[in-house]
Design a protein around this ligand. Structure first.
Ligand code: SF4
Ligand code: SF4
Length: 97
């Protein structure tokens, strides 16, 4: 079995209402970007309880095939940032082809 350890880091996320967020960081093990055709954080989970983990999340999967950083529905950027764009929780590193 091969275990991927080279995920791009979620360098910053300012969505403080998400359960995985603390101190402008994402502390999930891995997140998925892409909901429909939008580069939303699909792992976003609005909750009053917050993780106690201090790990930095990786980008496990990304469904946004039209981003220049996407290869085979995975992210190849060194790191990404997540924040709000309008009402949505977006990958701010998204760059359309
Ligand atoms: S990147 Fe997504 S899952 Fe992580 S804290 Fe931000 S909104 Fe939540
Ligand atoms: S930078 Fe592009 S490929 Fe990487 S997570 Fe964001 S939208 Fe997906």
């Amino acid at each position: 079995m091969i275990i991927a350890t080279d995920m791009p880091e979620v360098a910053k996320c300012v969505i403080s209402q998400c359960a995985y967020n603390a101190d402008d960081g994402c502390h999930a093990r891995a997140i998925t970007i892409g909901e429909g055709t939008d580069p939303d954080c699909d792992t976003f989970f609005d909750n009053s309880r917050h993780t106690r983990s201090s790990r930095t999340a990786g980008v496990g999967a990304c469904k946004i095939g039209d981003c220049t950083h996407n290869r085979d529905f995975e992210c190849t950027a060194d790191s990404i940032q997540v924040g709000s764009r309008g009402d949505a929780v977006n990958c701010l590193t998204y760059t359309r082809h």
